[in-house]
Write a protein that binds this ligand. Structure first.
Ligand code: PLP
Length: 395
């Protein structure tokens, strides 16, 4: 009667959602202050004041028709001009409005790219740990998601395993840096070597391999680290960007895809992106928010609270004897569980009202994700609980 796959996706909650909802129920029983909810990636830093000012200014100075009308399918041309100039200023690129397609956030950007590229029998390769939604985005196109096991030492990419995962069926590769869930930033060396492998394989297979760079956390990096701008390293790159995290606007649904002119058959890929957006009804991204992000392009994001939270949690976990890679960006830590079974570990953590997400969901068993976009005070109060949890494993 209904599409079984869609039924399954709609009726089964994601593990993250299920843990979050468990937390809400538990908070009603024991009180909000006794719950340490590290489940969701909802930014807790408020949207900057300049966003509110831009909204008010737009609403009071522009005629309603200029704010609320349909835009052309790829988005308001002046907005795309402004955003492409901002990207050029930051990364030394030469994009124009024709290289930008406005979308309803990074999830929309990714689904549009997969839909635009995938043909029967295609494969998309992703390196673990990875954002779990990629699986349903890719599989809904009929393509297959191929997972490369994680390099658990530093959560860069295991490039030997990556190369082995590429086949003549590989249509695309997905990378995400700063990474959800590991919190690492892929180094310039990693990106260079990844690009060299892809260049080699494109020649060997005689067809393009598209690198889809999903970067909603681009601005959330610590210690002055730079995130390499992937199109400068690999020609066939599509960038999926979003303002959900940098401007704390996840509910507004606004972002874009960058389609560089240099990619193989630019005209064809651009048209396929427009076609995919059409069938997914992602044409005309929210028009007020297109105007807002154009007014605020290049303005700084407040990342200090995330940096402080990351440091506090990282040091607290180290002290409790729970090891993890130092946070470099985004707002996640991906520590090693104190037993092999990550589900059992996260279940045991619930005893202390620590709500953690098992690594298996991110393609990396034996680890857990802790989202630290929560209050600093909650993290501080959670640390004795982590110590109690760890003490159970010392007995
Ligand atoms: N990609 C990654 C890696 C994410 O972590 C998220 C959200 O958490 C998304 C995409 C979706 O972001 P958006 O709100 O822009 O659709």
């Amino acid at each position: 009667m209904v599409n079984e796959k869609m039924y399954e996706l709609g009726s089964k909650k994601s593990t993250i959602r299920a843990i979050f909802e468990y937390g809400r129920k538990r908070a009603a029983e024991v009180g909000e202050d006794h719950i340490y909810d590290f489940s969701l990636g909802n930014p807790n830093v408020p949207a900057p004041e300049y966003i509110k000012e831009a909204v008010l200014d737009i609403m009071t100075t522009l005629p309603p028709q200029a704010i609320h009308s349909y835009t052309v399918a790829p988005g308001n041309p002046q907005v795309r001009d402004t955003l492409s100039q901002d990207i050029n200023r930051r990364f030394g690129t030469h994009f124009t409005r024709d290289n930008l397609f406005m979308t309803a956030g990074a999830a929309a950007s990714c689904t549009i790219c997969f839909k635009a590229l995938a043909e029967e029998g295609d494969e998309f390769v992703v390196n673990a740990p990875f954002f779990p939604e990629y699986r349903c985005f890719v599989e809904s196109t009929g393509a297959r998601l191929v997972v490369v096991p994680a390099d658990t030492k530093e959560f860069q990419i295991d490039l030997d395993a990556f190369e082995k995962a590429l086949t003549p069926h590989t249509k695309g590769v997905i990378i995400n840096s700063p990474n959800n869930p590991s919190g690492t930033v892929y180094s310039e060396d990693t990106i260079r070597r990844l690009a060299a492998i892809l260049d080699k394989k494109e020649k060997e297979y005689g067809h393009p391999i598209f690198l889809i760079s999903d970067e909603p956390y681009r601005e959330i990096v610590y210690g002055g680290l730079t995130v390499p701008y992937v199109p400068l390293y690999y020609r066939n790159t599509l960038v999926c960007y979003s303002y959900s995290k940098s401007f704390s606007l996840p509910g507004e649904r606004i972002g874009y895809i960058v389609i560089p002119s240099e990619i193989t058959e630019f005209g064809k890929v651009s048209a396929a992106i427009a076609g995919a957006a059409r069938v997914l009804t992602h044409v005309n991204a929210p028009s007020l928010w297109q105007l807002v992000v154009a007014r605020c392009a290049g303005k700084p994001s407040d990342i200090k609270p995330y940096e402080e939270n990351g440091r506090l949690l990282y040091e607290g976990l180290q002290e409790a004897g729970i090891s993890c890679v130092k946070p470099q960006g985004a707002f996640y830590l991906f520590p090693k569980c104190l037993e092999d079974d990550d589900y059992a570990f996260c279940e045991r953590a619930k005893k202390y009202d620590l709500l953690l997400v098992p690594g298996t969901d991110f393609g990396c068993p034996g680890y857990f994700r802790a989202s630290y976009c929560i209050s600093n005070d909650t993290i501080r109060r959670s640390l004795p609980m982590f110590k109690k949890l760890a003490a159970e494993y010392k007995k």
